[in-house]
Write a protein that binds this ligand. Structure first.
Ligand code: 9MR
Length: 385
């Protein structure tokens, strides 16, 4: 499947909607359809959302599933399976794969003319029990075999259907972890088994993925990776090492899980630029902006306004770098956000539980609308990047 030129939502959808409206009401009273994020986005930038295929597309676990799906299809040009392509979901037993959730996301995307970001192939979290148990005694050779089989099976199955893959996720420790910023050779079972040469293993994971789907852009991805800091310095070094070794690394993703408890790192665009200067694409892969809420569970007016500014700051850093190919929010409504389950914070997404658009939504819409050729450094339509 060819990914370019990127198709904006089929004009026929809008046309048929207009026809239906015209039949229903006199033309003078017909209101034009509201603009959407995907329609406002520059032609060389995908605006995406995470979606949990098993819960939201197959089983409809949460409220207003029809409205949720309508918005998901209308507003976004790209989908990331929030959990469906992780090991625990996809590969629950050594010889058992369950593609149901992932297939549902890919099918929904196809039906709605959307791209899919694959997430993720090598991570220390959400691994099935059999991996955790077996890894205690793995040799590096055994770990490599298990990983190679998984990568080739999964990437091969969706070859041609995925435009970007988060190949490695959160492989770097944080400042505050024991040992500081360095590869997670303890928490990640595969890197642990191959701790003698973890970079060699990572390079091979990129090679296996590339051989299985030569069209997909292959990314490294992490949180706390927005600005220039010790963690992104380590990624910058890792990227150079992998590229020098000929590994098909093609992108750097900053997750962008922000909280209003902390400031905004103004070095984000400069960080993206240094990775772009290495020849990589860059992306905002999991944006949300959470905040501590009052006793009534509500944000203040000031928090709501600051949240909109933060979303805009993330978007502008991406828009300012032509190599930024996608901007994905980690879910678009508060009812489905991962945040309240994990933090005593909330209100992290761009729409309320009832799909009311927040100022953060309009900040994104305005930012995308303004990013037309001539008013931003993005490539004019028709020119190859
Ligand atoms: O949103 C995901 C949530 O439903 C899962 O329970 C959680 C498990 O770790 O993973 C969440 O997604 C994470 C993503 O895969 C990687 N970056 C951090 C995201 C939020 O935790």
């Amino acid at each position: 499947m060819s990914h370019s030129p990127r198709t904006k939502r089929a004009a026929t959808v809008a046309a048929s909607a207009v026809t239906a409206l015209a039949l229903a009401v006199p033309a003078a009273q017909a209101t034009p359809p509201e603009p959407t994020l995907r329609d406002a986005a520059p032609h060389d930038l995908e605006i995406g959302s995470a979606v949990w295929g098993k819960n939201e597309l197959l089983h409809h676990d949460r409220k207003n599933p029809r409205q949720f799906q309508a918005i998901l299809g209308d507003e976004f040009g790209s989908l990331t399976p929030e959990n469906d392509m992780k090991w625990a979901e996809l590969h629950p037993e050594p010889d058992v794969y369950d593609f149901s959730g992932a297939d549902a996301v890919v099918a929904f995307a196809k039906a709605n003319g959307q791209e899919v970001r694959g997430h993720t192939l090598l991570w220390h979290s959400q691994n099935p029990e059999w991996v955790t148990e077996a890894s205690a005694s793995w040799t590096c050779e055994e770990a490599r075999d298990v990983l190679e089989d998984h990568v080739r099976t999964v990437v091969g199955r969706y070859a041609g259907e995925i435009y970007e893959w988060d190949v490695i996720n959160e492989v770097m420790q944080d400042d505050w972890d024991a040992g500081g910023v360095r590869l997670r050779t303890e928490a990640n079972p595969f890197l642990k088994a191959c701790s003698v040469d973890p970079v060699g293993l990572i390079g091979d994971v990129f090679r296996w993925a590339h051989e299985s789907d030569p069209e997909a852009l292959l990314f490294m991805n992490d949180y706390n990776a927005e600005g220039i800091n010790t963690k992104t310095d380590a990624y910058y070094e890792l990227a150079q090492e992998l590229l020098a070794d000929g590994a098909p690394l093609q992108g750097f993703g900053a997750q962008a899980h922000l909280s209003l408890q902390y400031g905004f790192d103004d070095s984000m665009q400069a960080n993206f630029e240094r990775f772009a200067d290495l020849g990589l694409k860059v992306a905002v892969t999991e944006a949300d902006v959470r905040m501590p809420l009052g006793d009534d569970g509500e944000p203040t007016a000031e928090q709501i306004a600051t949240q909109a500014e933060r979303y805009d700051g993330l978007l502008q850093a991406c828009l300012g770098v032509p190599a930024c190919t996608s901007f994905t929010v980690w879910g678009f409504d508060d009812a489905r956000s991962w945040v309240p389950g994990v933090f005593p914070e909330g209100y992290a997404t761009i729409m309320t539980e009832d799909f009311e658009k927040k100022p953060a939504y309009f900040a994104l819409l305005d930012g995308l609308t303004d990013a037309t050729p001539g008013r931003s450094p993005r490539t004019p339509p028709g020119l190859n990047r």
